[in-house]
Design a binder for this molecule. Sequence first.
Ligand SMILES: *Cc1c(COP(=O)(O)O)cnc(C)c1O
Length: 488
Amino acid sequence: MRFIETRGNDGKKPASVTFSEAILSPSASFGGLYVPESLPDLGISFLNKHLSSSYKTLAMDFLETFGIDIDKETIQAALDRYDAFDDPQNPVPLSEIEQDCCVAELYHGPTRAFKDMALQPFGYILSKLAEKRNEHYLIMAATSGDTGPATLETFKNQPNVKVACLYPDGGTSDVQRLQMVTEDAPNLKVIGVKGNFDDTQNTLKSLLASEDFKAELEARNIKLSAANSVNFGRIIFQIIYHIHSYLEMVRCGKITMGEKIYLVVPSGNFGNALGGYYAKKAGLPVEKILISSNANNILTDWINKGEYDLNGRELIMTESPAMDILKSSNIERVMYDKFGAERTKELMEALASEGKFVLSDAERASLQEDFAASWSDDTLCEAEIAHYVKKGYMMDPHTATCIKAYETLRSETLPTVIYSTAEWTKFSPTVAKALGHPVEGDVEALKWVSAHANVKVPEMINNLFNKPVVHTVVVEKEKIKEEMLGFL
Ligand SMILES: *Cc1c(COP(=O)(O)O)cnc(C)c1O
């Protein structure tokens, strides 16, 4: 499988690249992204073959069918990372919440958010590639909460890769901050930035764009890569759990093989939803992918109105912060797939220069063949959390945005899978508030919710509060470069 570019080729980069090249240097011509030249046609035979496979067996066969230039031994070792999940046999368990609806829990990995599903194997592969090529990479991440811990966790003590992670001081939950500042390995650097997430992200962007920082990296023989979902190395692992969830629905008797289902995806950068779209294109029987958002509902407008307009929009801080996103990176890959490179370049350039693009009626209709969308505000999410706790199921605020999509967007009465992207323990103060008992801080909230709703707090969360803090640096934006050079 070769990889090509969403905005066409500029004549300087190669016309197509291998998987390895696409993940080591994920930026493509004209600021575009890499996408596979085609998708495998899995068909029902592939699904039948894996009806009783373990997650890792399914994943291995999928990756071999996809055809990536990574040797089998490396892929196997990367997939072995799932052995550290709660249940190595089934890293993504499904729970029934309604007679026709199951929640696929993507959060049973080491940092309790779905980022582990892709970052765990991806981190292993990237580091192995760097080692084999005798190259050194720096990965920089600005995080508002979930990407940071998952990126640090996957690369800790891995050869040939260093990770620097910037977070807004005071802008994350206690659990999220502790997951970063207690992560102890010589190749990791965590820096708190005085300011909000926007300040943090802008600081990172200007650092990455600055010529003298680039020169400093070159002098040290360090290349830059990225571990956000612009990297296809993450997307590929996000196709697999959609196939697994479908098979689980067959296995538990909710559907018969070949029957269509709906997928509901709480979305931000659209990596999770893109994985579902690719799975559908590869032949998974999916009726539609239902996209749920919070009050930052720009994806709802994109799908329902065919327009993407940043003008007059300010990022709203919600109780589902991992979805507080206005520029959603992976919609570009969907538009490339549907409208081609030339049109995608035009649309993305309009977005950059005018803050807006508008699709034609035919383009919008094409989008609506695969997607439908709705959004929920914090009040509704809290009510949904409380409602399902009464019924015996605990969900986090991101997952809670999905309930309205499940209830209102289905035009057929087909069984449905909702993706749960985080464990409630990462957002316990919100959950406590939803259950009518607002408290200060994560320690109190974890204790109260756990007792009140009779749910367990996993060891790795409880232990965070006793682990030594190793990253104590909190600095002004201007001091970041100095900190980084000290680290390198
Ligand atoms: C990252 C994240 C999302 C958004 O996923 P995308 O793939 O960026 O759309 C949703 N929920 C949680 C908890 C997350 O960490």
